[in-house]
Structures are given as C-alpha cells and as structure tokens.
Design a protein around this ligand. Structure first.
Ligand code: HEM
Length: 341
C-alpha cells in the first residue's frame, strides 16, 4: 500500500512524534498505572490520523469501537458456535463495522467529488494505481476497517512488551534514554534522520518483537502439494507457522532466550537474514505497516525512557497476565514511572 511504504512514513515522522511525546509527558508519576489503555489511545490517534489526516476526528470514536468489537468476538465463551451463527458478539461487531463504514462513506464521496483527495493513505487509495486502476468505492470501504484497527491493535500489544522490558532492564533503558537525549526539544521538528539515529532503540524494539511477537502464529494454505523437508503437504492443507518458536531457535538466534538488543547491531548478527525474523510475517502478505509500526514504537520508547525510570509494582506476582488469544499480550500491565534526574 503506497501510503504505508517506508519512504511515505519517513516523510511524516514530524506528525507522529508529537503524539508519542504527549503520551510520555502525560504519564502520571509515582503511582502504578495500567499501561495498555493509554498506549492504545495514543497509537489509535496516530494511526487514524496517519490514514485520514483532517478527517481523523470524525472516525476515531468508531475506530475505538471496532477494536472493542474484535476483542469481544475473540473472547473465549463456553460454546463454540459455527461461523454462521449470529451470536451477540458477532452482531455487535457487524454493527460497529457498519457504523465505521457509514462514517467513512461520506468522506470518500466528498474527497472524490471535490477533487481534493489528499496525500494520506485514504488519498493514495483514491488515486488510480498501475496495478489495480481506480478502486471501486466498496473495495475501499471494505478494506479500511481492518487497516484502521491494524494501525493500533498489534502495535499496542507490542508497546506493552517494550515498556515492560524498559522496566526489567534498567541498563538498556538508560542507553535508550541517552540516545533519546539527541531528539529535538520540539517533537514536531523530529525527522527521519533523527529516527535513524535511534539505532539502539530500534534494536531494542526488534529484540522485544523477537522474544514476544504479538502475532505469534501465522497461517498459510498450500495451493499445491508441496514437499517441505521430510513432510509432504497436501494441496489445500493449512500450514501453521509459529514466529515465537522460530525466534527462539538457537541455530539462528544464539542464546535465544536472552534479551540482548545488541544482537541487532552486530555485523555478524543473523537476525537480519531473510525469513529469520517473522514478527512482521514474510512473503507477499507480510505486514504492510511495518515501517509505521517501527516509527511509532521507536519514538514512544525513546521519549518515555528519556523522561522516566519505569518499574514493575512491588510483590512476587507480575503486574500483568500473558494472553495469547488475540495475540501475545501483557493484559492488565501496570507500571510505575519516576522522573529521571
Ligand atoms: C508491531 C506492530 C505490528 C506487528 C507485529 C504486525 C504483524 C503483522 C503480521 C505478522 C502480518 C502478516 C500476517 C500473515 O503473514 O499472515 C501482518 C499483516 C498486515 N499488517 Fe501488520 N503488524 C503490525 C503493525 C501494523 C500496522 C501499524 C499496520 C498499518 C496499517 C499494519 C497493517 C497490516 C496489513 C494491512 C497486513 C496485511 C498484509 C496482507 O495480507 O497483504 N500492521 N502484520
């Protein structure tokens, strides 16, 4: 998708950085805070703004409801209903999807009829492409609910793991803070060159995604009979690929269970070999938002570590539950921030 390509994201870093900085600035200090709701809110604002620019405020409330609807649908229930049964959760999801599309349709029509289609992701979708020509309105309206939620759903799960690691590895957090000190005082002045300078922070983000890939299971369907090592996979079979276990394979990731961001900075580091790091998937259906995700997460990590020491609540029990249903996540994560001197 054109508007999500790395060059497109690089040109818009100055729009992303102020909101991640605001997230960090507003963190209440000296108390245990539930982290994921404000993280999700900040990332949703960035994601929806990135897709729809000045039309974002009209769509943001519907985007949050879409997220909620997806959570409700995947929530375990006592019964496993066939896909066609309109359970209350599924009806709720359909209503939220319809509400989002109803809010989006007049925006699409207004942009098309006025000729001011914009340069954001929606604007790029409204332009004819060499591959697909001019997309029909329904194709645009069908794909955007999923893309909208994708801008903040998985990134907020990733952010939970990253902030937890800042709390658990104060030395690494200190290194991030030192790097972040070089960011401009005015976040709106942040450019892709500043982002590129956050080498260690980017390595830390990748290392957390290696250890805790939010999308820990991928599926593919074999289109024809395929031989894979000693296995024959019949046409039509579903193949499960588990990034979590692949990322802990010592042949590709020495000391695989160890949190070591430096492995991404070594020239000899293997994680950059194609197919070895699967947090964003691989092949033609790999994540289209990887560049946007890396930009949001790197900036949020750097700006938070620059201001605070994070710590976990005292006590033997962790302040979160690992959940796997909707993706690998730190449900209920609580952290405490104290100002760095
Ligand atoms: C840390 C954050 C993220 C992670 C870990 C992640 C992970 C993934 C993975 C693993 C896939 C591939 C699924 C597969 O191969 O079956 C995927 C697909 C996708 N992601 Fe992301 N994602 C993230 C953020 C984003 C963002 C910010 C967007 C922005 C819109 C996005 C948009 C998409 C889209 C559109 C696809 C579908 C690609 C296709 O089917 O052709 N993702 N993501």
């Amino acid at each position: 998708m054109r508007g999500l390509r790395p060059q497109a994201v690089a040109a818009r870093i100055g729009e992303i950085a102020p909101r991640t900085a605001q997230f960090a600035d507003q963190w209440p200090t000296g108390q245990d805070v539930e982290v994921l709701p404000p993280v999700r809110h900040a990332l949703a604002e960035i994601g929806v703004r990135y897709l729809f620019s000045e039309d974002a405020p009209a769509l943001l409330p519907f985007a949050s409801q879409l997220f909620l609807a997806r959570e409700v649908v995947v929530h375990p229930s006592r019964w496993v209903w066939p896909r066609w049964v309109p359970t209350p959760a599924r009806r709720f999801r359909t209503r939220q999807q319809v509400a989002f599309v109803d809010a989006l349709r007049p925006i699409v029509r207004r942009r098309r009829s006025s000729g001011r289609i914009g340069d954001d992701v929606l604007g790029q979708m409204l332009r004819p492409s060499s591959r697909y020509g001019l997309l029909p309105e329904e194709a645009i309206l069908d794909s955007l609910p999923g893309i909208t939620v994708a801008t903040f759903e998985t990134p907020s799960r990733a952010a939970g793991w990253i902030l937890l690691h800042l709390a658990q590895y104060p030395q690494a957090a200190g290194r991030v803070a030192a790097e972040a000190a070089l960011l401009p005082a005015d976040p709106a002045a942040t450019t892709s060159a500043h982002l590129d300078g956050l080498q260690y922070t980017q390595a830390l983000v990748r290392e957390v995604l290696r250890l805790h890939p939010p999308t820990w299971l991928l599926t593919r369907r074999a289109t024809r009979q395929t031989q894979l090592a000693d296995y024959t996979i019949d046409a039509g079979s579903t193949v499960l690929v588990c990034p979590y276990t692949a990322h802990r394979d010592a042949r590709e990731h020495p000391e695989p269970d160890r949190f070591r961001p430096e492995r991404w900075l070594d020239d000899s580091g293997s994680p950059t070999k194609p197919g070895v790091f699967l947090a964003f998937g691989t092949g033609p259906h790999a994540c289209e938002g990887a560049a946007l995700a890396m930009a949001m997460l790197t900036l949020m990590t750097a700006q938070t570590a620059r201001l605070y020491h994070l710590s976990e609540p005292p006590g033997a029990e962790p302040g979160y539950r690992v959940t796997t249903l909707e993706g690998l996540a730190t449900a209920g994560l609580h952290l405490r921030a104290t100002l760095r001197s």
